[in-house]
Design a protein around this ligand. Structure first.
Ligand code: BES
Ligand code: MN
Ligand code: MN
Length: 462
């Protein structure tokens, strides 16, 4: 498939400009201020699928943001690839830390991306990676090389937990029927060492509220005599880890499967430099569960983190006050076999139990999902392996990621097919952070690699 290289060379400016246009629309699903922009993005995605050559493209309404569905069925007897991606993005905050505005994409060179990277919210997660599939599909249509059927399902609520996608999938199992699911919404080790994601962590996300007195109080008149909810909440949160950084919630580890020494040895072979890692984050040291190394702590071990904590006075100057309430948002990353609903329940019971009588505690679950591991002996994995090997000239390494795409385990349950995670982002691309970007090299390499996946998947399926 030498042709794809030429096709990319001839169309690369257009590919970049089309992505830039998509990135200009602030499709922040978490914030209703952007409601119309999210809707407009779904329309833009629909149009791009039509232009690329889908026969049928629909905007499927849900109780939230719509799902864009498109398909090209060339022969019902051939295999079908279902491409999943998301057109919504994370909020851009904190906006003041961006070196250029989040929705005014610019190309800048970086140390890791000497050929330039597109800086914008969603550049890597996931508009850029989703759009690689649209352009790879365009190429296969234009060159008459599409070897099988394709279905696209691009949603607008991934960053808020894919709440409505669940029922859409449950109610449309026939429409979504496929032989393999293909997703580019993860990363790889580096541009010199590609990798294929073989695992995702599950997630349980909760919000907690601790209430002390029924109103804010003068901290002199009442201080010392009543419980300060912020003091209490801090104490409770601190107690959730022991001195070895293990989570103290009873039953939390019951279903966690310990990896064999062989598997851990295999994992340790992936190139990783702890000094570079610390340097990239300006850290003097790493931190985590005793008995595990960094790449285990963030992939095969469950964790608990406070994502935000607030209460009391945080304005200018000083105000002496004992607040009535304190809050925190807490997430737990889970590993396969841990059931997210069960973990949410364990958390809730424990967190309520450890509260002193002087306060009341409310735990509100937000969302969650199961973890996922995919075998490396499937046709899909082998096809991806061949595709990366060919375009990068190096065999990709299987890697379990710490991130979550909760819907993947639901796909397996409802659609009975495996997901292949062909990610082209890098950890340094700053997804969810200020100055998110996506390398031009990565974007174009993705477009080049995807058609090969199709080719090998169909060949190996015969
Ligand atoms: N694309 C990410 C997940 C990801 C990134 C997995 C990199 C592996 C490597 C996705 O958009 C995401 O941010 N997921 C959320 C969970 C979701 C329920 C909000 C996450 O992992 O925090
Ligand atoms: Mn994503
Ligand atoms: Mn994300």
């Amino acid at each position: 498939m030498k042709d794809i290289k030429n096709y990319i060379q001839q169309n690369k400016d257009r590919f970049i400009n089309e992505l830039i246009e998509l990135l200009k629309i602030p499709s922040v699903s978490a914030d209703t201020t952007y409601f119309q922009d999210v809707i407009n993005t779904s329309e833009a995605v629909k149009l791009s699928l039509e232009k690329a050559g889908c026969d049928k493209v629909e905007i499927c309404e849900t109780n939230g943001y719509p799902i864009v569905y498109g398909e090209k069925i060339i022969d019902p007897n051939l295999p079908t690839v279902l491409v999943y991606g998301h057109y919504d993005v994370q909020p851009p905050d904190p906006i003041e830390l961006w070196t250029s505005p989040p929705f005014e994409p610019v190309i800048k060179k970086t140390e890791i991306h000497p050929e330039g990277a597109i800086f914008a919210r969603g550049a890597c997660d996931d508009k850029g990676q989703m759009y690689m599939h649209v352009k790879a599909f365009e190429y296969m249509i234009q060159s008459n090389t599409l070897p099988c059927n394709v279905k696209f399902m691009i949603e607008g609520e991934e960053e808020v937990g894919s709440v409505n996608l669940k029922s859409f999938v449950e109610n449309n199992t026939e429409k979504l029927k496929n032989d393999v699911i293909l997703i580019s919404d993860t990363g790889m080790i580096s541009n010199q060492q590609p990798s294929i994601t073989t695992g995702l962590r599950g997630l349980s996300y909760v919000e907690v509220e601790v209430t002390g007195p029924n109103r804010d109080l003068h901290s002199g008149l009442y201080g010392g005599a009543v419980a300060n909810p912020i003091n209490i909440l801090s104490k409770m949160i601190a107690s959730l880890h022991d001195e070895n950084n293990r989570i103290t919630i009873p039953g939390f580890y019951d279903k966690v499967e310990d990896l064999s020494l062989e598997e851990r040895t295999e994992m340790a072979k992936a190139p990783f430099d702890i000094e570079d890692y610390k340097k990239a984050l300006d850290l003097n040291d790493v931190y985590g569960e005793e008995g595990y190394v960094t790449n285990e702590r963030n992939a095969i071990r469950p964790t608990l983190d406070v994502n935000g904590i607030w209460g009391g006075y945080t304005g200018q100057g000083a105000k002496t006050v004992i607040p009535s309430k304190a809050f925190a948002k807490i997430s737990m990353r889970l590993v396969p076999n841990q059931d997210w609903e069960e973990i949410t329940q364990l958390f809730s019971t424990h967190f309520t139990a450890i509260a002193p009588k002087a306060v009341t505690v409310k735990v509100t679950p937000h969302h969650g999902g199961q973890g996922y591991v995919t075998p490396i002996d499937s046709i899909g994995y082998k096809a991806a392996h061949l595709a990366y090997s060919e375009t990068f000239g190096i065999a990709p390494i299987p890697v379990r990621s710490g991130g979550s795409i909760p819907i993947v385990s639901l796909f397996e349950k409802e659609l009975k097919s495996k997901t292949i995670l062909m990610g082209f982002g890098l950890d340094s691309d700053a997804i969810h952070s200020p100055n998110e970007h996506f390398g031009i090299f990565n974007y174009l390499k993705g477009i080049e690699t995807i058609p090969l996946f199709y080719k090998y998947f169909v060949e190996l399926s015969k």
